[in-house]
Design a protein around this ligand. Structure first.
Ligand SMILES: Cc1cc2nc3c(=O)[nH]c(=O)nc-3n(C[C@H](O)[C@H](O)[C@H](O)COP(=O)(O)O)c2cc1C
Length: 200
């Protein structure tokens, strides 16, 4: 356990490429990452990236591929495992990101349902007043979803929608993904060179 560790959860919203890229960037930055994936998150990973992740026998290479450049470390936690350290406020972290974050997970966080480890760890980050960054993706947003996002923001979460800016003139999908991943890193104080900053 170290106060520098980060928690990354991937849930079943569209946007698996953001979550995978974020994991790569955090590891390249030398960070230790506690990773949790929901069953719907695994389905979206398969649909969007053609990568099959078995949540019962998790292999990092299934998610990142064999070529993954790692300098940090990954601790994988099953989404049902409430005995994981990250389920407790006594386990120190530098923050948590849910990327992508489904409307269902936003609702569970907003209403404190804690039905899986992702919800519980988010709850812990909120009660401990630690950074919680959620990256929702839905279009359009219903009033229910807007209210749930507002509730999350009111109790301290950073709501960072997966909506890349175009003022940096992205030339590829990778550039657009890096824009969002870079903005998440900015929230967590993780240094990166994923995009040029305005005025650079
Ligand atoms: C291919 C696919 C794409 C989906 N895209 C979204 C989405 O963009 N946003 C969302 O809130 N839910 C989306 N869903 C629905 C969620 O996966 C579903 O509500 C699920 O129960 C969320 O569970 P989780 O939050 O535990 O991952 C999608 C589901 C699938 C299979």
């Amino acid at each position: 356990m170290a106060a520098n560790d980060l928690v990354l959860a991937m849930t079943g919203a569209s946007g698996a490429p953001y979550g995978v890229r974020l994991l790569e960037v955090l590891l390249r930055a030398g960070r230790t990452v506690h990773l949790v994936i929901s069953p719907a998150g695994a389905q979206v990973i398969e649909q969007e990236l053609d990568r099959r992740v078995d949540l019962n026998h998790f292999q990092l290479t299934d998610l990142l591929g064999p070529q993954a450049e790692l300098s940090g470390q990954v601790h994988y936690h099953d989404y049902r495992n409430f005995f994981a350290g990250i389920a407790s406020g006594s386990f120190l972290t530098a923050g948590m990101i849910i990327c992508p974050c489904s409307g269902g997970t936003v609702a569970a966080i907003a209403h404190g349902l804690a039905q899986n480890l992702i919800h519980r760890a988010a709850d812990v980050h909120l009660k401990e007043k630690r950074k919680l960054v959620i990256v929702p993706r839905e279009a359009p947003l219903s009033v229910v979803q807007l209210r749930n996002l507002t509730l999350c923001a009111e109790v301290g979460a950073v709501v960072l929608p997966a909506s890349p800016g175009f003022y940096m003139k992205p030339r590829s999908l990778e550039d657009a993904i890096d824009f969002i991943v870079g903005r998440v890193c900015d929230q967590l104080g993780v240094e990166h060179d994923l995009f040029k900053r305005w005025s650079e």
